[in-house]
Ligand binder design. Structure first.
Ligand code: ATP
Ligand code: MG
Ligand code: FE
Length: 354
């Protein structure tokens, strides 16, 4: 079954064609990062407008790269939420219009379910990696979410815990900003941390014992306190804004990045190990943009190996937003006979599981 997937929940306009939830025929991602970088984050109205401009060329390119005609497409899928309302509207309505015009089945997909199913995708058909089995413990670590979920079967989710404040990716982005690194911060923190000592600064880990919840705002504040030690108020003329911070001593960016990153990794690995033990699962799936983080992947892998638990995580390029993961998740719903009504609306706060 060939599914054409569309993803426009945030600042990536993406269209993909995926066979049987696994093999990617094409996966075109038009990123708006350069557009939003000047604001240090995503500017919602601009994102929606850019999706409108990009969606048709991105679709055309995805069809061309897949080398298929419309007759080969079996269904259309698009993200309905969670995400930015104005962005979601563009992709969802575009998908509905395609489905009506081509007389194809249509299904709306939860963006977080898409991230999960990125672990079912493979980049080349000769890759013979095993598929995740159930029950699986799912760790979603993305720009807007940090959740531990027990996945008992395709489409069956039980929420074990979630962040009480910032998401893991959000923490990476905010700390990057404090350190003067560009948006999105994750990859820049990772790179800076390579030159630093993760034990130079011991930042706090919020364990929230007895729960599978997370909290990253205290860690972010601890980083801020450290950064502040390296700045002092400008002592220039009184007319100038005296609160303007100036760097006094050189900020140890690499050590701070490494210490912060290690604090996040320790908590994520620790919570996953606790849940693995309590629920007796043998499979862990890690998904979302932060799952692209190399030290996290390596340390999670090592820790789970010691417990004979298999870790499944998508290739790095498929951890951040893309439409292949949406087409992949759609396949497993479509084969169960699921369809969405054409009046399906966007849901900016759609939960994966309650
Ligand atoms: P959500 O999926 O929750 O709606 P989103 O779609 O904006 O949010 P993703 O695309 O899954 O988020 O991931 C983007 C996030 O991943 C950003 O916060 C980014 O900093 C982070 N990220 C990307 N690469 C890395 C990396 N190598 N290390 C750490 N974080 C990373
Ligand atoms: Mg993005
Ligand atoms: Fe995402």
């Amino acid at each position: 079954m060939l599914v054409l997937g569309i993803e426009t929940s945030c600042d990536e306009t993406s269209v993909a064609i995926v066979r049987d939830g696994r093999d990617i025929l094409s996966n075109v991602v038009a990123s708006q990062i350069d557009l939003h970088r000047q604001y240090g984050g995503v500017f919602p109205e601009m994102a929606a407008r850019q999706h409108i401009l990009s969606i048709t060329p991105v679709l055309r390119e995805a069809m061309q790269k897949a080398g298929v005609t419309w007759d080969a497409i079996d269904a259309i899928a698009a993200t309905y939420g969670p995400g930015l309302a104005g962005s979601l509207v563009v992709g969802l309505n575009f998908a509905k219009a395609l489905a009506i015009a081509r007389g194809l089945p249509f299904i709306g997909i939860n963006h977080l379910e898409g991230h999960i199913y990125s672990a079912w995708l493979r980049l080349r058909p000769d890759q013979d990696a095993p598929l995740p089995e159930f029950p699986a413990l799912i760790l979603i670590v993305s720009g807007g979410h940090t959740e531990l979920v027990l996945m008992e079967d395709h489409g069956v989710y039980r929420l074990l815990g979630q962040t009480q404040d910032d998401a893991a990716g959000e923490a990476f982005d905010k700390v990057a900003r404090l350190l003067g690194l560009p948006y999105p911060g994750g990859p820049h923190i990772q790179r800076a941390a390579e030159q630093g000592n993760p034990r130079h600064f011991e930042f706090p880990r919020a364990w929230l014992p007895g729960t599978y919840d997370f909290s990253f705002s205290g860690l972010k504040t601890a980083v801020l306190r450290e950064v502040e030690k390296y700045r002092k108020p400008a002592a220039s003329s009184k007319k100038q804004a005296s609160f303007m911070p100036v760097v006094t001593r050189e900020l140890p960016v690499a050590h701070i990045a490494a210490g912060f990153q290690q604090a996040v990794i320790d908590v994520l690995v620790g919570k996953v190990l606790q849940a693995v033990e309590q629920y007796g699962v043998q499979v862990v799936v890690m998904a979302g943009g932060v799952a692209a983080n190399r030290p996290l992947r390596e340390q999670m892998q090592k820790a789970l190996e010691r417990h004979n638990v298999a870790l499944h995580v998508a290739p790095i390029a498929l951890c951040t937003d893309n439409a292949a993961m949406i087409a992949g998740a759609a396949y497993y719903r479509l084969v169960r006979g699921e369809r969405s009504p054409l009046d399906l609306d966007v849901d900016p706060n759609a939960p994966l599981a309650l």
